[in-house]
Design a protein. Structure first.
Length: 181
């Protein structure tokens, strides 16, 4: 995932404890079909929509949102003028961790919408896309997130779908906690 490296980051998990949170997860689903992983998330955050959007689009500061994000930065626009973001993440599933480098183009199809598309030729992902939609809900923000990735490397055979799903959900919760801080 990831573009805003965020989408892809949510697909990778850290087994960290996520406690006392102000966000509310309304739905969180993960799925694996062949080599592709998907995650769908709907959550309500206590922060105003402008604040959440600002945090998501502060590409040079994404490491403040999740311990698995080691580095992130917005690069110069490409020839077509598209925003490109580089992210280095180190997700862990159970006891297995891997550093993954991701380059993504970012687009903004409408207000408070972000679409990130992985550049496979420059990334360690064979495919990746993510869609963020934010809406004001009272004093807070309703966040809808959909992402699909395909690693460009072999997943470790010891890591089954259940462990990957569990880790993806833990990472999503950690990321939401980071958005609320």
């Amino acid at each position: 995932m990831i573009f805003k490296p965020l989408p892809l980051l949510l697909l990778f998990g850290l087994l960290t404890t996520v406690d006392a949170r102000a966000f509310e997860i309304r739905s969180l689903e993960t799925k694996r079909v062949d080599k592709r992983f998907t995650i769908s998330l709907t959550a309500r955050l206590e922060r105003p929509v402008d604040v959440v959007y600002g945090r998501l689009t502060s590409y040079d500061q994404l490491s403040q949102l999740s311990a698995s994000i080691e580095e992130s930065r917005q690069l110069k626009a490409d020839e077509a003028g598209e925003v490109i973001v580089y992210t280095r993440v180190r997700p862990c599933v159970l006891f297995v961790c891997k550093t993954v480098r991701i380059f993504e183009t970012i687009s903004y199809p409408a207000q408070y919408q972000i679409v990130a598309t992985v550049i496979p030729a420059r990334s360690e992902l064979a495919y990746g896309s993510a869609h963020w939609t934010l809406m004001a809900e009272g004093d807070g923000t309703l966040l809808n997130y959909e992402s699909e990735i395909e690693p460009g490397f072999d997943m470790f055979p010891l890591i089954g779908p259940a462990a990957a799903s569990y880790s993806m959900k833990k990472q999503a919760k950690e990321f939401l906690k980071g958005l609320e801080q």
